[in-house]
Design a protein around this ligand. Structure first.
Ligand SMILES: Cc1ncc(C[n+]2csc(CCOP(=O)(O)OP(=O)(O)O)c2C)c(N)n1
Ligand SMILES: O=c1ccn([C@@H]2O[C@H](COP(=O)(O)O)[C@@H](O)[C@H]2O)c(=O)[nH]1
Length: 298
């Protein structure tokens, strides 16, 4: 126990050092291959808090289920706002159910992209007239989500804008092929360098957030709100390739140099042990997901 405590304190100190060096999450460290993750750097539990990290929000084509107060500040504080094809109508529906005075405070989407097979001319023209830039992406070998990230990358390069995070608001509901294609997009971002390598793409679905962990060491801050939540959960899923070795701390069901592989072991419905950080060492890419309490009405 004493040895574990000592190691934990050492890792905590090291984490803090790396954190101070980079001062934002998701940055890979050139000295030690260690990533720091802190979703509180872009997800506000209190809407009056200011966020310093630069992020883009993409609205994909699923109903927007998060708390309107959260969505309002999350959207308005973003550096880039995009609606992806049918996501534009989802955004429009979300806006229309807000009180009129609140609607007026909401910033316009900067871009609407997509092949426009899921969007009516009416909604498209409505945003065009208001000043949103519309970009048609007809290629049928990539999803509208992937193509939206390509357009976002062009924009960032033109504007010399370095984003820390890109958050795709969608729902892991409905068509399974869409859900899997969205995870394929997360892989493509890494494999095909769709964005600057220091920008991480997250999928926000209801009150869960998911992103890919690259091979290496990861220190994930567990927000106080998550730790205190009676039904907090997290998961480590080897989507794409088995992960030959995973070692963790900070979880209820920790892994010790174990393989994660479909048909063998996949860590779903895991949860936290109350520690401030979850530490993960993985040999191959894994999809990490966790609950973010208070984003939807419970
Ligand atoms: C091997 C292969 N399978 C399937 C497709 C078809 N395909 C892949 S991505 C894509 C575009 C999907 O667009 P998106 O807006 O993301 O989804 P939608 O709701 O329009 O189906 C299509 C048609 C393909 N091009 N190649
Ligand atoms: O059920 C769905 C449908 C769509 N998505 C995501 O939204 C974009 C745009 O979808 P369109 O159907 O073209 O409007 C799509 O690329 C998917 O990423 C989804 O997640 N689930």
């Amino acid at each position: 126990m004493a040895i574990n405590g000592g190691i934990n304190n050492m890792v905590k100190k090291l984490s803090n050092i790396l954190y101070m060096q980079h001062n934002y999450c998701g940055q890979s460290c050139s000295v030690v291959k260690c990533w720091q993750w802190n979703i509180k750097r872009f997800i506000m539990f209190q809407t009056n808090k200011t966020i310093q990290d630069k992020y883009a929000v993409l609205i994909l084509n699923r109903p927007i289920s998060q708390n309107p107060d959260f969505v309002k500040s999350f959207w308005n504080n973003a550096s880039v706002r995009m609606a992806v094809d049918g996501g534009t109508a989802r955004w429009d529906t979300f806006l229309n159910q807000l009180p009129e005075d609140v609607q007026k405070t909401m910033k316009l989407p900067d871009f609407v992209t997509g092949d426009f097979d899921s969007l009516t001319e009416d909604v498209l023209n409505k945003y065009k007239k208001k000043g949103t830039k519309t970009i048609r992406t007809p290629d049928q070998n990539n999803t509208d989500f992937t193509k939206a990230l390509m357009e976002l990358n062009k924009h960032c390069q033109q504007e010399n804008l370095q984003l820390d995070h890109v958050i795709a608001v969608c729902q892991n509901s409905g068509r399974l092929d869409h859900i899997l294609a969205n995870i394929q997009t997360l892989h493509l971002v890494k494999v095909d360098n769709l964005l600057n390598p220091n920008t991480t793409v997250y999928i926000l679905s209801d009150d869960s957030i998911s992103w890919l962990l690259s091979p290496g060491d990861h220190v994930i801050s567990v927000p106080e709100e998550t730790r205190q939540h009676r039904r907090a959960w997290c998961s480590l899923v080897p989507i794409g390739t088995p992960c030959e070795s995973v070692t963790t701390s900070g979880l209820k069901w920790n892994l010790d140099n174990q393989e994660l592989k479909f048909g063998e072991l996949v860590s779903t419905s895991n949860t936290f042990d109350g520690s401030e950080f979850v530490k993960i060492k993985c040999s191959h890419v894994i999809l990490w997901s966790m609950r973010v309490p208070h984003l939807i009405s419970e």
